[in-house]
Ligand binder design. Structure first.
Ligand SMILES: [Zn+2]
Length: 83
């Protein structure tokens, strides 16, 4: 099951962004701040749009609760997305 963020590639989400029946998890990615099922379905923001914004803002680790993983490298992480 895919637990990486489809927006920023962060590899350790708690839940899959989409459940098997298609509903969003409502989890907020601790890295880019995207909330699955809200920002996409209610707000109509695409992953690509959010990713461009996130990159433009300097790829800041968004969470107020979790620290970035040690040696966190947003550029490396974005490479996870190519699949
Ligand atoms: Zn993310």
């Amino acid at each position: 099951m895919r637990l990486s963020c489809p927006v920023c590639g962060f590899p350790s989400l708690e839940d899959p962004p989409k459940s098997p029946d298609g509903g969003g998890s409502y989890e907020i990615c601790p890295c880019c701040g995207f909330q699955f099922g809200f920002d996409d379905e209610s707000e109509g923001i695409s992953y690509d749009q959010w990713r461009r914004e996130w990159i433009k803002k300097g790829m800041v680790f968004d969470s107020g609760q979790t620290n970035p993983p040690p040696n966190w490298d947003p550029r490396e992480q974005l490479k996870n997305l190519s699949d």
